[in-house]
Structure formats: C-alpha cells, structure tokens
Design a protein around this ligand. Structure first.
Ligand code: ADE
Ligand code: ZN
Length: 346
C-alpha cells in the first residue's frame, strides 16, 4: 500500500479529476445523452415522445431500478446502424479520456437491440470500431462485456451468446444486468458455464437491490470474478469476509445508487464500510447520462458526502486497476503510473 501525503480538502476535487483510473461498470447505452438521442432519432427518421432535450432530461426521475430500466430501454430505440453505436461509444470515450480513465470495460446488451430488429453484429462492430479509434486518439484501452438481460429466459441468453460467437474475439467477457429481484443468478448457470468454456471473463450485477444470497450464487454458481454493485453485502458478515479474503472486487456506482434510491442520500452510502472491511471496491458511473454524472462526478460527490481523503483516492484508483481484466504487464504499468501521479501531485 502506498502511504499518500495528505491533501487539503479544497484540493481533493482536482486530485480526483487528474488521477489515473479505470472504469469497470458502465453501460454504453446508459451514456446516450439526450442531445445525441435526438440527433440519432432525426438521422433515423424517428420521433421521440418528448418535445425537446429539456423535456427528456426532466423525465429522468426514478423510484427504483425498474422505473429507470423502462426509460433506458425506450431510449435505445434510436440506435439503428453501426454508425449510431460508433457515435455513442465515441462520445463516451471522449468523456472518459477527459476524466483520466486510462482503461474502460464497457457493458452492452444486444438483446435490447435484437428486440428492435437490430442485429447483434451491428452493435458489436460499431462499438468495437469506436474502441479501436479511441485507443489511437487518446491511448485509452478498452474491453467489451456483453450483458445478458436477466428478466428474459436463459434460453434467450444462450441464443444471444450464439449470435455473437462469430465476433468472439472482439469480446472480453459476459455479465448479467436488468431487473434483479426475482431473477437470481442461478437462473443463468448454463449460459455462464458456456461463456466460461469459451474463455470469456465473467461478471454479474448482484446485491444492487437483491439480497446477499444473489451475491453468493453469482460467486458459487456462475463463478463470476467481479460483482457489479454488491452493496447489499453489508447485511451478511460471512459474505463480507469472503469478498475481502478472496479479493473479489465490487464495482460500486454511488450516483446510480442515489438516483435509484438504493440509499436515501449519498451520506448514507456504505462505500466506506466496504473499504474498511478490506474489500476491493471501485467507483464507477453505471449509466452516466441518466444518473447525473460521469466517473469524476461520482468520485467528487462521494468524497464530499463521505468525507473521504487522498489515501482513499489512491486506494480506489489502485483497486480499479487491480480489479480490471488487463494483462499483468500493462496492469503493472498502470499501477506505476498511479504511484508516480500521487508522488508528484502538488
Ligand atoms: N442496466 C443498466 N443499468 C443497470 C443497473 N444499474 N442495474 C441493472 N441493470 C442495468
Ligand atoms: Zn449496471
């Protein structure tokens, strides 16, 4: 562990903005800003059920995960062509690079698009091309993680996996997203086993709204390497000990938890409890266009609300690289870059 020099509270936002970091939990469809949504609707000859950007943005008030998912799915209807997926991903990667994200692992869900008549390979090709270009433009490294929609059946998830097999080499891994409660991880045991046999990396949303039992089964049945959200783990001491002992990372999304009312206020967020328990927690943006901020806003607002300091900043950034699926050599380089940043930050 690096022992970090104290930083005055008024300089913490600058430190957080400039600090190298990885983002491991963001849904690319959740980065579709209202301006781009209107532009894509126009380009594709579609009409949105909102008068303008302001009217759309003012609809972004949610009671829970499901109320968000309904609006999120409606927004994806404007995505029709490979270029649409490219433009959406490029816009996110410009923002991420500006936030000093050196590496991003990006979720996408083809089942949403195939249900609108858009073939899975259209999405994969557009997203991949944006990732290749962003590497050249900004030096940012990326990976694409296909999320199965858990409110649908396992048979549909298996079909979804089959559809992307011709592009297997463009994928880093698979995940599990959408409505959590009532759709436990074990429902997807076979499709995760198949993905594992294909050499794909495995993650799953668990313990966002759902109980600790869903985190246990994501680990023990699906054999995931990382848990997305996982904040409900604090209800189960044995689970907390398991996560810390096995260094299973949690990709925590504080502004998402606030907007979806997992916590009533940011001050009530349990990130510090996860960190105090020695869990490899990270900070991420989830669906930044809907939840009021990209990764740096998540860092800045959470640090202010919880009174976190520069030592926590180093820990969270260090965790983000440790928790990533980057190869060992570049992972070491990112860790060195992070250490150099903290040693020279004045
Ligand atoms: N899909 C997009 N954002 C999500 C979230 N926070 N939880 C589950 N599924 C999602
Ligand atoms: Zn998510």
């Amino acid at each position: 562990m690096l022992k970090v020099k104290p930083v005055a509270p008024e300089r913490l936002p600058e430190l957080l903005r400039r600090m190298p970091k990885a983002e491991l939990h963001m849904h690319i469809e959740g980065s579709l800003e209202p301006e781009l949504m209107f532009a894509l609707a126009r380009r594709n000859g579609l009409t949105l059920p909102y008068a303008d950007v302001e009217a759309l943005r003012s609809a972004y008030v949610f009671d829970d995960l499901q109320s968000f998912l309904d609006i999120y799915h409606a927004g994806t209807r404007v995505l029709r062509t490979e270029q649409d997926f490219y433009d959406m991903a490029h816009a996110y990667l410009v923002r991420a690079a500006a936030d000093k994200v050196l590496h991003a692992e990006i979720f996408f869900d083809t089942q949403t698009h195939t249900s609108h008549g858009v073939a899975a390979d259209v999405a994969v090709r557009g997203l991949h091309r944006a990732c290749v270009d962003a590497r050249a433009e900004f030096g940012i490294s990326t990976g694409l993680i296909l999320c199965f929609l858990r409110h649908l059946s396992e048979r549909e998830a298996l079909e979804c996996l089959e559809q992307v097999l011709p592009q297997r080499e463009l994928l880093l891994g698979v995940g599990l997203a959408s409505s959590e409660v009532g759709h436990p991880p074990e429902k997807f045991a076979r499709v995760f086993a198949r993905a594992r046999a294909l050499g794909l990396r495995l993650v799953a949303h668990a313990g966002e709204e759902g109980p600790p039992a869903y985190i246990w089964s994501a680990l023990d049945v699906l054999k995931v390497e990382r848990i997305d959200h996982g904040v409900q783990a604090v209800q189960d001491a044995a689970l907390m000990a398991r996560l810390a002992h096995d260094r299973i990372p949690l990709t925590v999304c504080p502004l998402s938890n606030l907007k979806l009312r997992v916590f009533p206020t940011l001050n009530a967020h349990n990130l510090w409890r996860l960190m105090d328990a020695g869990i490899v927690a990270t900070i991420n943006s989830d669906d930044p266009a809907y939840f009021g901020g990209y990764i740096n806003q998540n860092f800045i607002q959470t640090f202010a609300a919880l009174g976190l300091n520069a030592q926590h900043a180093w820990q969270l950034a260090s965790n983000s690289f440790e928790a990533s699926f980057i190869d060992p050599a570049p992972k070491r380089q990112y860790a060195e870059q992070l250490q150099a940043f903290f040693e020279t930050f004045v």
